[in-house]
Design a protein around this ligand. Structure first.
Ligand SMILES: [Cu+2]
Length: 70
């Protein structure tokens, strides 16, 4: 398992946190998703042979949020 942290803009409440969690967790190879609302940090542990950062970025922006770093 590899761990990365993305900075996501646009999450304003726990509902947003849940939405982002809900699009990331079902992706194949994703182990865990930990989100800190205050600073927009989205920490993902994942299997690099099954998932990629590109997929995470796409899933997050499809959900209506912006990945600004990571
Ligand atoms: Cu919200």
């Amino acid at each position: 398992m590899e761990k990365i942290t993305l900075t996501v803009k646009g999450m304003t409440c726990m509902g947003c946190v849940r939405s982002v969690k809900n699009v990331l967790e079902p992706l194949p190879g994703v182990g865990s998703v930990d989100i800190t609302l205050e600073n927009g940090q989205v920490a993902i542990s994942y299997d690099t042979s099954k998932a990629s950062v590109e997929q995470f970025r796409n899933a997050i922006s499809d959900a209506g949020y912006e990945v600004v770093a990571g």
